[in-house]
Design a protein around this ligand. Structure first.
Ligand code: DC
Length: 344
């Protein structure tokens, strides 16, 4: 037997005694059955409730279930702006026949949003983030995926990797037929370290190598070739079918994951996007001219928006966020909130 603490939470619909007690009973029963805990093995239980839960102590539920021989406390949960309301939380400590990693923490009703990593453990929840270059997609996707324990899939990196291979082998990126033939010699694989994508070209890690202006420019040409898109589309859908993902790109909400649970379209003014790119280049000690960077982004936007196949376009059901005057953290917070609201 080990002493373990188990967490859980549930929301109530109304601040009434009956609602508080029956919901707490539901939560307690679920914790006990899912973890195979005997009532006599409970050592203590701490309940907290948000400040809008006032009509009864959740501890009443323990007596209704015959749990009488353990220490119990009821506290008010710290108030945090915009946090989940009408919520009862629990921490139960007991002697259990389980290892710590096998414990099942239980989040029910709206409280599922508190812990997407637990509530979505065996599902594939998909978030599509599209938008033009420099709109902030990859920066915010990395933050969000870390916070929610999702995998971040950067689809642009896949187009860049095919571009790198072509440039290395002196293949003209405009030559659709030669690029198409060459695809059979290109093996792309992804590995996720701490949820962040590492990309391999024929077993070589090229995650850093693909981040050049030359590759960015040619990738928007490669991205117009139907055979390239088809090869990558299959990979992208396969990953999304097995994981909770934040996937960013140009056609994720419209084409790759048309049924994504959440679709976001990020945008920002051209000068702000050019400024961000210049800052990135400066950080890497790369030479740049503002006007050239700005024009490069405009050209890529045009290529991405006007191509025939899977162009960059806002999905009808995507939520638009203009990031021009928002910080990275403000954008991330907005998206995390939207995602949590969509966890059912
Ligand atoms: O986001 P990025 O700069 O790494 O993308 C590189 C190129 O790939 C860019 O020109 C657009 C293209 N792309 C695409 O066509 N579809 C995607 N889903 C992702 C990127």
């Amino acid at each position: 037997m080990n002493i373990c603490s188990i967490r859980g939470a549930i929301t109530i619909e109304e601040n009434t005694k009956e609602n508080i007690v029956t919901n707490t009973e539901t939560l307690l029963k679920e914790i006990l059955t899912q973890n195979n805990i005997n009532k006599d093995d409970i050592i203590n239980i701490i309940f907290s409730a948000t400040k809008d839960v006032t009509k009864a102590y959740p501890a009443i539920a323990t007596r209704n279930l015959g749990i009488t021989d353990c220490a119990i406390m009821c506290l008010q949960e710290m108030y945090v702006e915009d946090s989940l309301s009408m919520c009862i939380r629990i921490m139960l400590t007991a002697n259990v026949d389980l290892k710590k990693q096998d414990i099942k923490h239980i989040y029910l009703k709206e409280a599922k949003r508190l812990r997407p990593d637990i509530s979505l453990k065996n599902s594939s929840f998909t978030v599509a983030i599209d938008g033009p270059a420099g709109s902030g997609k990859s920066t915010v996707s990395k933050i969000i995926s870390k916070e929610l324990s999702f995998i971040y899939v950067d689809t642009g990196a896949m187009f860049r990797t095919i571009t790198l291979h072509c440039l290395k082998n002196n293949i003209d990126c405009n030559d659709k037929e030669t690029v198409t033939k060459e695809l059979e010699n290109i093996s792309i694989s992804l590995n996720f370290e701490n949820g962040i994508q590492q990309i391999y070209l024929n077993d070589e890690n090229v995650t850093e190598k693909i981040r050049t202006q030359e590759i960015a420019k040619n990738a928007s040409v490669i991205a117009q070739i139907p055979s390239v898109r088809e090869k990558l589309l299959n990979m992208q859908r396969e990953i999304a079918s097995k994981n909770n993902v934040i996937m960013d790109g140009r056609d994720i909400g419209t084409n790759v994951l048309p049924n994504a649970n959440v679709k976001i379209y990020l945008d920002a003014d051209i000068d702000e996007r050019a400024k961000r790119r210049c800052n990135e280049l400066a950080l890497k000690n790369e030479k740049y001219e503002y006007d050239t960077v700005r024009q490069g982004i405009i050209d890529r936007d045009n290529a991405d928006k006007n191509r025939k196949i899977a162009p960059l376009k806002k999905a009808d059901d995507a939520i638009v966020i203009n990031t021009t005057s928002l910080s990275i953290y403000e954008v991330s917070e907005k998206i995390i909130k939207i995602i949590k609201e969509n966890i059912k």
